[in-house]
Design a protein around this ligand. Structure first.
Ligand SMILES: [Zn+2]
Length: 376
């Protein structure tokens, strides 16, 4: 991806989490994990639509029919409204979408309707749709609406967004959704044997490492547009949106990235996050920007690779190595430190907290050397 400057799949944290983090990390300023774009509070969304009579009940049933695969802690969906929402974000941000044969037959009034809807969506930035408080609540609500239900009057979705979605819903039903739904279901079907064979063990090892149970269910929406980085995750509620057509998220990489994204729903990455905060805090050293994310990439990639090797698949290269994420993000020194010092933690042969302190010391030393060189 051309815009892969640092990494994909960022995550939103709520102010509640930031507040908690600040309590744990007195030296922290305004960001969590060195992530300055931390967003405002996200209220817990409703877990079901309010009862509004038989029509709403059937809408909820229809929404449940969009559930394609359940594999704890994940529930994988191909949802009409979430896909239309993602498609409008893509159109508004001028992102490339898979070409559709039916588009060439589209008349001018249909094209104008799409342009108007995209213009409404274009009044906000992509980042707002992915991580904004109100926008996350709207997306969570949208996920509960049945594919044929009307959006009018559904709480939490702003009127202009409702009208943008409603104005092209019928057009999308005829051109776009059938192809997108097929792509999503194909992606899930290709992922299914991998999760069934390796998923339990990967889930168990990640949970053991972070010393937290999974926050189930983690809703996963496959969509033709998963954000400019291919996928994104919100922790409140646990919700992953992931591309069903990006080749970088196919095959066994889809398996790893499912668990990578899912790992973002562990608040503060559990024991690993605690160890990172404690280590840099103890040394009075500022955590390198997004160091935590390098650790997350390393953990999910290494655990996936190890499980695959144990199951006879020896040639899998973890996503961050295959896509050169460490190099592009300037994380190569962290990767080398993790390879050398963190690997024994996964084997249960080294203490997690002490090892992270050792890594923080080495990062601090490297930084001092660099500063010294710069001042000479
Ligand atoms: Zn990530």
């Amino acid at each position: 991806m051309a815009d892969l400057l640092s990494f994909r799949h960022p995550i939103a944290f709520s102010t509640a989490v930031v507040t908690l983090s600040l309590a744990l990390l007195p030296t922290a300023s305004t960001c969590l994990w060195g992530q300055t774009e931390t967003v405002a509070a996200q209220p817990e969304p409703p877990t079901a639509l309010p009862p509004q009579g038989p029509a709403e009940e059937s809408a909820t049933e229809e929404a449940e029919a969009e559930l394609v695969l359940q594999f704890p802690p994940f529930e994988l969906y191909s949802s009409f409204w979430i896909n239309l929402h993602q498609t409008l974000i893509a159109k508004a941000m001028d992102r490339e979408l898979p070409k559709l044969d039916c588009e060439s037959a589209m008349d001018e009034s249909s094209r104008a309707a799409w342009r108007s809807a995209a213009e409404i969506y274009g009044q906000k930035k992509e980042r707002d749709y992915l991580f904004g408080t109100a926008e996350t609540a709207a997306k969570a609500r949208l996920a509960l609406v049945g594919p044929r239900a009307r959006l009018a009057g559904v709480d939490d979705i702003p009127p202009d967004q409702t009208s943008a979605l409603a104005s092209v819903a019928e057009l999308y039903r005829r051109c776009g959704w059938p192809e997108h739904d097929q792509a999503n279901r194909r992606w899930i079907a290709e992922l299914e044997p991998h999760v069934k064979r390796h998923g339990d063990e990967i889930a168990r090892r990640i949970s053991r490492l972070v010393d937290r149970p999974w926050r189930a269910p983690v809703r996963v929406d496959s969509a033709v547009y998963g954000g400019s980085r291919g996928a994104y995750t919100t922790a409140f509620p646990p919700h992953v949106v992931i591309s069903s057509v990006d080749p970088d998220y196919s095959g066994l990489a889809a398996l790893e990235m499912l668990f990578h994204e899912g790992s973002h729903t562990f608040i503060e990455l559990g024991a690993v996050g605690d160890a990172i905060i404690a280590a840099f805090d103890a040394r009075g050293v500022q955590q390198p920007r997004r160091f935590w994310h390098a650790v997350l990439f390393w953990n999910s990639g290494t655990i996936t690779r190890r499980v695959l090797v144990e199951n006879g698949i020896e040639d899998y290269v973890p996503y961050a190595r295959a896509q050169q994420v460490y190099r592009k993000a300037g994380w190569a020194p962290f990767r080398d430190l993790l390879d050398l010092h963190w690997a024994p933690v996964l084997d249960g042969q080294a203490d997690l907290t002490k090892t992270m302190i050792k890594i923080a010391d080495l990062i601090a030393l490297e930084r001092q050397d660099a500063e010294k060189k710069n001042s000479e």
